[in-house]
Design a protein around this ligand. Structure first.
Ligand code: TXA
Ligand code: MG
Length: 504
């Protein structure tokens, strides 16, 4: 099949979209730009075309699609009722990168929603997307225009790479503004829930509308974390072929110095995704580099929006250069949740074969957390897991307490020589799960690293019979034995918990 490319000229003349719009409405697949990522479009009213989208992407049939509309006037028949909050949110955020899940209307076939009784709708703001929707004059389903498992496309040539010769039309309007997929929000429940993080954050929603939205992972039902309600969340995404490691800034240490440290130890072909300013800083220390890394930079100094805009292109470009490992700049704070979500998906996809780490955290890292570390490693180290430990308020290099060593020895475990380490952001970032001894410590860490809060739990969250572990510091060996036995009992539940963890 020949793929025709419509190169968009500015200012946009809608009549240039007549032919491609008609093709879309009558069943052709058309890839087109949106403000977030490129979409693979088909008429939502034609079940065969919708099925074709699933086939082209290699997408699991139980992962529903988003319906794209021009405005709220087109909702008739697409949704069966409109929740009150919708109007407020629509005023504040649409057109734009926010997707609403609402009760499904009678015009939408099963193929679109994977049989769910809800449908996701979004109103893109990108001018070429709007011109195409106007010309087609039908609701348009559009998943991201990548083969499943590849990073989402943010440039027309990414779509060409994945679909050239397989689809009849690509609309090319250059790079996408935002670079990360839309926020998906479920309006069918109270409080409304964010199913997929995007640039429209819960904070932005609250600030602009006073409406509170929760992240689905934060919802507890009888103490259990509710499993993904957005089917897409359970699949692997955004996975380049190279392994991906996130490098976070550390107080008082320049990112370039952290990178130097990591590159020195890696010994493979390295790719970097950093700002120009960081690259310049690295260049000035180039004599310390073992070999020249492949570098993808974005303009200027460290900046979350610019990094988001370039993220998927960087992953694809560095992948093409054949690097084995990509070090990518991480960001902190609520605004960075979507960016860090995409990066951690990319990182998780390649970690399967590696040993996964858990981090135990207590106050001083001399009693409870080193005990947990030693007990865990004694049992599970040869099962693909490794524990490390650190303290919230400690100095590096203090030996663990004598009683700790003693009660471990009673279990045949050698704790001699273990020393304390203060917890830092890189540790929190690198491990699969962080487990604090108390719920207070958990809250403290979640506040300190909000972007990572989903993987920070406390001992009390592990199972129904688990609980906070009190500090035995300064007490007799009897208290240390009690703590050891309590920890030992929870270890088994923790291992079960890890087995169930969705790490992709
Ligand atoms: O930015 C975007 O949203 C892009 C552009 C092209 O619009 N589209 C996109 O689509 O990212 P896709 O198919 O890659 O992701 C759609 C997400 C999936 O996680 C899917 O599970 C979820 O939306 N979704 C769709 N319908 C849903 C529904 N009825 N209930 C819950 N989640 C739904
Ligand atoms: Mg996608």
């Amino acid at each position: 099949m020949d793929t025709r490319v419509l190169l968009v000229k500015h200012p946009i003349d809608e009549s240039n979209f007549d032919e491609v719009g008609k093709a879309l409405a009558s069943g052709s697949v058309v890839a087109f730009p949106t403000e977030t990522v490129y979409g693979l479009g088909a008429s939502a009213l034609l079940p065969d075309s919708v099925r074709e989208i699933f086939r082209l992407k290699g997408r699991p049939a139980d992962n529903p699609l988003i319906v794209h509309l021009l405005s709220d006037e087109d909702l008739e028949g697409v949704v069966s009722s409109v929740p009150d909050v919708f109007h407020v949110l629509y005023e504040a955020f649409s057109p734009g990168p926010l997707t609403y899940v609402m009760p499904r209307g009678e015009r939408i076939p099963d193929e679109v929603t994977a049989g769910l009784d809800t449908v996701a709708v979004r109103f893109p703001s990108q001018p070429a997307a709007r011109a195409l929707l106007a010309a087609a004059n039908v609701p348009v389903v559009a998943p991201s225009a990548n083969v499943s498992g590849r990073p989402s496309p943010t440039r027309a040539h990414h779509v060409v790479d994945d679909f050239s010769g397989r689809i009849p039309w690509i609309v090319d309007d250059g790079p996408c503004d935002v670079g990360l997929e839309s926020t998906v929000i479920d309006l069918t429940r109270q409080p409304i829930r964010i199913l997929r993080p995007g640039v429209v954050t819960a904070e932005a929603i609250f600030e602009k509308t006073g409406i509170e939205a929760v992240f689905w992972k934060d919802i507890d039902q009888d103490g259990e974390v509710v499993r993904p309600v957005s089917p897409g969340m359970k699949y692997r995404h955004y996975a380049p072929r190279a392994a991906v490691r996130v490098v976070l800034p550390e107080e008082g240490v320049a990112l370039s110095d952290r990178l130097l440290e990591m590159i020195e130890g890696s010994g493979t072909s390295v790719g970097l995704f950093i700002s120009e300013a960081c690259r310049d800083a690295l260049r000035s220390k180039a004599d310390k580099l073992p070999s020249a890394p492949h570098v993808y930079t974005y303009e200027g100094t460290s900046d979350l929006s610019r990094a988001s805009h370039h993220l998927f292109d960087a992953m694809r470009t560095l992948d093409e250069q054949g690097v084995d490992i990509i070090y990518a700049e991480g960001f902190e704070g609520e605004d960075a949740v979507a960016y860090m979500d995409r990066l951690s998906h990319a990182a998780a996809a390649k970690e399967d074969a590696d040993v996964r780490q858990v981090l135990f955290v207590c106050h001083g890292n001399t009693c409870r957390s080193p005990m947990a570390e030693a007990l865990f490693n004694d049992r599970y180290r040869d099962k693909g897991w490794e524990a490390i430990s650190a303290g919230l308020s400690t100095f590096p290099g203090w030996p663990v307490s004598e009683h700790t060593v003693e009660v471990l020895r009673e279990f045949g475990i050698d704790g001699e020589g273990m020393t304390s380490k203060p917890v830092n952001r890189q540790m929190l970032n690198d491990v699969s799960l962080v487990i604090t001894m108390t719920t207070m410590q958990r809250e403290w860490l979640r506040c300190a690293a909000p972007a990572l809060k989903d993987k920070i739990i406390s001992m009390a969250d592990v199972s129904e019979r688990s609980h906070d572990i009190a500090d035995p510091f300064g007490e007799t060996i009897v208290s240390y034995r009690r703590v050891r036995d309590e920890l030992n009992e929870i270890m088994q539940d923790l291992y079960l918990y890890l087995q169930e963890l969705d790490l992709t």
